[in-house]
Design a protein around this ligand. Sequence first.
Ligand code: BG6
Length: 471
Amino acid sequence: MKHAQLKPFPKDFFWGASTSAYQVEGAWNKDGKGPSVMDMRRKYPEGTTDFKVASDHYHRYQEDVALMAEMGFKAYRFSIAWTRIIPNGTGEVNLKGIEFYSNLINELIKYNIEPIVTMYHFDLPYALHERGGWSNRETVNAFVDYAKVLFENYGDRVKYWLTINEQNMMIMHGKALGILDPDLEDADRELYQQNHHMLVAQAKVMDLCHQTLPAALIGPAPNIAYVYPATSNPEDVLASQNFNAIRNWLYLDAAVYGRYNATAWSYLEEKGYVPTIEDGDMETLKKAKPDYIAFNYYATKTVEASVGDGNDKSGTGDQEIVIGEAGVYKGHSNPNLPTNDFGWQIDPVGFRATLREVYDRYQLPIIITENGLGAIDKVEEDGSIRDPYRINYFKQHIEQMQLAITDGVDLFGYCPWSAVDLISTHSGAKKRYGFVFVDREEFDLKELRRIPKQSFYWYKDVIRSNGEKLQ
Ligand code: BG6
């Protein structure tokens, strides 16, 4: 739809950015913190660092928050490391961990930056992993107990809560993201059992939040990417519906409507992945209602019809392993989209399409909690970092957000990835996302000095003009 006039961004729009604990904090075993599955990850791509020091935000959070304030952030989305709060996943609470996030929250409030807290961003306590992780139903109770501690300690200052970051990516790439034993064979049914437990845990925590903190708002935070059919061939359209259901709607239908998406359920039946559902689980899902939807968007996906044999697994999807599955869909590289240095496709218009689709389906306010460009930035001889490619990426996506708002989408915030440079989940320190450069290399920590990038100053203007000044 072409609009004669665009609606402005809402007056109190949450301009900000995001990070996650294991990628930014470092201090992985300091002040009583227990190990998480991300700390204990065994396999890294060659030449890629671990998360042990990361950007050392644990020791430099004040400097980092001051930089966010300088950009004019209205909100900051970060995650709390479960293992800093409860080192073994259950049992004893670590007061030093409570204190760290309390200080961080106070620091944000000092600058009028709204804290948006993700309770769990890939970093399951390793102690729970050793007891079966999300395969063990006890982990549901552990998550609820952990949530209670967070609500008790921070509920007086944190209004916006997010349950689980990218549950759908953990299920689709379980081994890479550490929720499954990497040596486990034929893991798919197990993953969908874990998925069910996470859905129940999420529902219980949303409910608990509403009971204990009536003024707070809580929602899920999946990675949503609208799935295009490769052509108008009806079989390609069916394949796109299949993948949309399995990748996107399964998670949001369960969170919002408390039911399994029908297409996704028939896929689980067909493949023999149906999880064990205990008495009362579906009632628990139904009872819980999110107040808003947060989602992470990087790019759309494209699929074609499955050939129905082993060839489906050789699809040319982009980075996110949209390979395919016999009888369901086959990954397809969209020829209309450019890619970044790491092979990720870029689709700002698809952002608008995804926003519209999510809003039409669920009619809940939306906040974007990730969107960004991973790139190899370099320090110029004069010490500056010029990243016009990142500015261009953000500009195009912000334009599409405004179009989506004009289309009628109730969008209340944009927290792209990432506030400062951090360690990429898949590509280590060399792949940077931040508005602020952190001067370290993969294995040379240097001084971890913070240097605002060109995009830092650009974003500051965007925020100051409430999204009007994008040049
Ligand atoms: C999201 C995750 O999937 O993508 C982040 O929530 C992650 O943790 C981001 O860093 C970008 O992915 P990557 O692999 O480039 O770090």
